[in-house]
Design a protein around this ligand. Structure first.
Ligand SMILES: *[C@@H]1O[C@H](CO)[C@@H](O)[C@H](O)[C@H]1NC(C)=O
Ligand SMILES: *[C@@H]1O[C@H](CO)[C@@H](O)[C@H](O)[C@H]1NC(C)=O
Ligand SMILES: *[C@@H]1O[C@H](CO)[C@@H](O)[C@H](O)[C@H]1NC(C)=O
Ligand SMILES: *[C@@H]1O[C@H](CO)[C@@H](O)[C@H](O)[C@H]1NC(C)=O
Ligand SMILES: *[C@@H]1O[C@H](CO)[C@@H](O)[C@H](O)[C@H]1NC(C)=O
Length: 330
């Protein structure tokens, strides 16, 4: 009964979708033209059946469902969005998405997926958005991404990925946003990002990155936003960011960098740079870096947390508060 009264309140507010919420059967008895179904009930443990052929959007989220049978989504030729976030899914059958030619958005956020069958997305070339955020993935299979020529947004954050196989994403020619944050990646190399000519956002924050190879960013020249904060980087190859002429934001805060040469030049926009939370050596190189930022209209973010850790007499000082005579010599 508690669920029902909650349903009535929500009904009142959202009169159209009301009958699909709460403890009512799911999918509900629908009018012939219903195209959108929302099922959300913490005790639901069987995937709903009986979606009509014209269905365009299905949301089955926050349920107790752990398995979906292979024919659960058969004969839904017009399905465009499938939201399956925050269930208890542990595995998915290989052919689950095979007959969904118009599927453009698939959300599997917050399940318990450790792996997926190699051919799971082979027929989903219409997909534009795919989220596997917040699962238990320990590896990526390049075959998952081979058919996804129209994919724009790929979210793989909050998994347990230690590496990205070479050429894993090389068919994702329309991809603009890639989120690999909150994983266990320890190194970056060029073959990881090959074949992503449209990429504008790359999020790698909160990994275990210790090294970045020289040519890592050569094949993603359109990149505008690069997030590398909260890793373990103690040095960067000279000119590693140089190919990124459209860079608008580079965040390398909370790493272990002690010195840095001006990281790029000749940017189209006036970029922002976050260098806070690193153990900076405030010598002539740091002086040159601060001058460079000023002369090139590079905005420094979180300046108050951009602190010298040496030489000793400057320990704890805010880098940008030093006058030109205070920086140590090299
Ligand atoms: C369903 O759609 C058809 C065509 O758009 C329309 O003629 C019909 O009245 C609709 N039926 C209902 C119950 O809304
Ligand atoms: C979810 O399913 C498990 C068994 O798979 C059961 O033990 C648990 O009570 C269920 N939880 C709810 C909220 O129904
Ligand atoms: C799915 O792909 C297989 C080959 O992988 C193909 O035979 C089949 O026709 C495709 N199905 C649809 C609905 O596109
Ligand atoms: C990044 O590191 C800083 C300093 O250790 C910490 O305060 C912050 O919470 C971290 N951010 C994330 C998103 O983990
Ligand atoms: C920045 O400009 C100052 C004068 O404002 C100049 O002395 C310095 O050489 C310039 N530094 C760089 C790195 O261009």
């Amino acid at each position: 009964m508690m669920d029902l009264s909650a349903t009535f309140i929500i009904c009142f507010v959202m009169s159209l979708q009301c009958t699909f919420l709460g403890a009512l059967p799911c999918p509900p008895v629908s009018s012939p033209n219903t195209t959108e179904f929302i099922c959300s009930s913490p005790s639901l443990s069987d995937f709903p059946t009986g979606f009509p052929k014209q269905t365009q959007i299905i949301s089955v989220e926050y349920t107790n469902i752990s398995i979906i049978s292979v024919d659960a989504l058969r004969a839904l030729p017009h399905l465009q969005e499938l939201h399956l976030a925050n269930n208890k899914l542990k595995t998915l059958p290989n052919s689950l998405f095979r007959d969904l030619p118009e599927l453009t958005a698939l959300d599997l956020t917050g399940n318990l997926l450790k792996d997926l069958p190699p051919g799971i997305f082979r027929n989903n070339s219409a997909l534009k958005q795919l989220s596997l955020k917040g699962n238990q993935l320990t590896l990526l299979r390049p075959s998952w991404f081979q058919a996804l020529r129209r994919l724009k947004i790929l979210d793989l954050s909050n998994n347990k990925l230690k590496e990205v196989p070479d050429l894993c994403f090389d068919k994702l020619e329309q991809l603009t946003d890639l989120d690999l944050s909150h994983n266990f990646l320890h190194t970056l190399s060029a073959p990881m990002f090959q074949g992503l000519p449209r990429l504008t956002g790359l999020n790698l924050e909160v990994n275990r990155l210790q090294s970045i190879a020289d040519e890592t960013f050569h094949d993603i020249p359109e990149l505008k936003f690069l997030f590398l904060q909260n890793n373990s980087l103690d040095k960067l190859p000279a000119k590693v960011f140089e190919p990124l002429k459209f860079l608008e934001m580079l965040d390398i805060s909370h790493n272990r960098l002690s010195s840095l040469d001006p990281p790029f030049s000749g940017q189209v926009a006036e970029p922002g740079l976050d260098l806070s939370g690193n153990p900076w050596v405030c010598d002539c190189r740091m002086h040159a870096l601060v001058n460079w930022a000023e002369n090139n209209s590079v905005s420094l973010y979180s300046k108050k947390e951009m602190i010298c850790s040496s030489p000793r007499d400057l320990e704890g000082r805010v880098v940008t508060s030093l006058n030109e005579f205070e920086f140590g010599s090299c």
